[in-house]
Write a protein that binds this ligand. Structure first.
Ligand code: NAD
Length: 493
């Protein structure tokens, strides 16, 4: 007999001793707290300390002291804690899967993607980091007379500001390369999902990272947002385009660098020669992973006229079969949304489209019978430019199918958005897919994949064009953004 599903209503709330163990590193002196609630149930989850602007200033001071000794180590002597962290994340995955699910309400399979990603991304930089940071010799202007090399100095103390949707992946993906490059980090995760980030910080210290190199602060942006920019030597921000633009401007006023991973309204182009079974499966995953609360998920699906109706019918049937549930095992296809405001936005986009004449091919309703923030995976057709769901990021489980007649139209419409984060092309002819990909203005394009290349390829840069971002994470770019290239030229007498 199969084991009974682990349901949140039956499971204990997070253990208070776990909460106090994880929150002890937060720089917060005033005693102010904020209470989070569990998206699955709407019930209180944890009371978390809140930092003030003065706490942020103090965190930077401590981090600066710790960073001086850390930067003096050669890169190869910094990586051992990160290799051990990789092993510990995998060993303790059950604990972190529960925390991620409690804080976000996501399905366990999507929480598992975070575990895998945090472990794999860390191991990548532990193994490749020292080579990427190695001195690079350059030929002198007058060969023989001058010897020149480039040395990668760490920037100093980096602010890492992250949202709630991938609370393990994102803080780790941005902090680990900064640390390996010789920086210290002051991290501000979203309070709703802070325990997940705090778990990662605690684990890396257990794995051997010296104290004060990765210091968490928590709090309202109005209280601590500016301090996080004003004390930093680089700001690594993930979140909405509006906040990203504000932070980039504030950093620029101090001539401090900023990398920003922002929103998307990502297109899929399904060509007439696509393998339909595989495409339906892939597009389904690309639209509804993490209930669509994924910056690189697909919200606009452009389908060639010749296969549009067949494809839309198959995709709608597959969407209708997805299972929604609040369980702490691997059975549900999709979980809850995380915030009430996210549910409201999703419902508003669908209602606006419906009222203006779009067809709802599947889903289209909230599901309070499962949990307060559940919304059905939803497929729309007939979405036009006057509808909010057409070009605004929904950031939820809503995608729309559109028709196209030829490649030029597909490319033009895929590019007709202010965003440029991710795209996908579905065709049996990969050479054709690559030709199309090079015409798309987005940081990543996947062929016969939704977002695999954008996410799982740690060696390749990932980021956005246009309003989707500034700079890149992953690969050499994701590491070297945290360094100042310093040229050292010498005359040998
Ligand atoms: P948000 O911009 O409101 O908040 C993101 C983070 O920034 C949170 O920790 C928040 O507390 C903090 N913040 C907000 N205002 C701030 C300020 N003035 N100064 C300093 N910090 C501030 O974003 P959100 O709505 O919570 O997250 C969803 C957005 O994030 C979506 O647009 C999504 O596409 C984007 N996102 C992008 C990526 C990527 O890699 N490109 C990944 C995940 C999410």
């Amino acid at each position: 007999m199969a084991p009974a599903a682990r349901r949140p209503t039956e499971a204990p709330m997070l253990d208070p001793s776990l909460i106090s163990r994880l929150t002890r590193r937060v720089a917060a002196a005033s005693g102010a707290t904020s209470t989070t609630s569990a998206p699955f149930t709407g019930k209180p989850l944890a009371e978390l300390p809140q930092s003030s602007a003065a706490d942020v200033a103090g965190a930077f001071e401590r981090a600066r002291t710790a960073q001086a000794a850390w930067a003096a180590l050669p890169p190869r002597d910094r990586v051992a804690p990160f290799e051990r962290f990789h092993d510990l994340v995998l060993d303790r995955q059950r604990e972190i899967l529960d925390i991620v699910q409690w804080e976000t309400g996501k399905a366990r399979r999507h929480a598992f993607e975070e575990v895998y990603d945090a472990a794999g991304g860390t191991l990548y930089y532990a193994r490749r980091g020292p080579a990427l940071l190695r001195r690079r010799r350059t030929p002198g202007a007058v060969p023989g007379a001058t010897r020149t090399y480039v040395h990668h100095q760490p920037k100093g103390v980096v602010s890492v500001i992250t949202p709630w949707n991938y609370p393990l992946t994102l803080p780790v993906a941005d902090a680990v390369p900064a640390l390996i490059a010789g920086n210290a980090v002051v991290a501000k995760p979203d309070t709703q999902t802070a325990l997940t980030a705090l778990w990662a910080i605690d684990l890396l210290v257990e794995a051997g990272l010296p104290e004060d190199l990765w210091i968490p602060v928590l709090g309202e942006p109005a209280e601590i947002g500016d301090a996080l920019v004003d004390h930093a030597d680089h700001v690594s921000f993930t979140g909405s385009s509006a906040v990203g633009a504000h932070i980039a401007q504030r950093a620029a006023a101090r001539l401090v660098s900023c990398s920003a991973e922002l929103g998307g309204k990502n297109p899929a182009i399904v060509c007439e020669d696509a393998d339909l079974d595989r495409t339906v499966e892939g597009v389904l995953r690309a639209c509804f992973s993490n209930a669509g609360q994924l910056c690189i998920s697909m919200e606009r699906i452009f389908v060639h006229d010749a296969i549009h109706d067949d494809f839309a019918g198959r995709l709608a049937a597959a969407v209708g079969e997805m299972t929604l549930n609040a369980d702490l095992d691997f059975t549900a296809d999709m979980g809850s949304l995380t915030y009430r405001r996210q549910l409201d936005r999703v419902a508003a986009h669908v209602e606006d489209a419906r009222a203006k004449g779009a067809d709802v091919l599947a889903g289209g309703r909230p599901r309070p019978d499962i949990g307060p923030l559940f919304y059905e995976p939803t497929l729309l057709a007939g979405v036009t430019e006057d509808m909010d769901a057409c070009a605004d990021e929904t950031f939820g489980p809503v995608a729309a199918v559109h028709r196209f007649a030829d490649e030029d139209e597909a490319v033009e419409r895929a590019n007709a958005t202010g965003y440029g984060l991710n795209a996908s092309i579905w065709t049996r002819d990969v050479a054709r897919g690559r030709r199309l990909a090079e015409r798309i203005r987005s940081g990543t394009v996947n062929i016969n994949e939704g977002y695999g290349a954008a996410w799982a390829s740690y060696d390749a840069p990932m980021g956005g064009m246009k309003r989707s971002g500034l700079g890149r994470r992953h690969g050499a770019e994701g590491l070297l953004r945290y360094t100042e290239p310093q040229t050292i030229a010498s005359q040998h007498l």
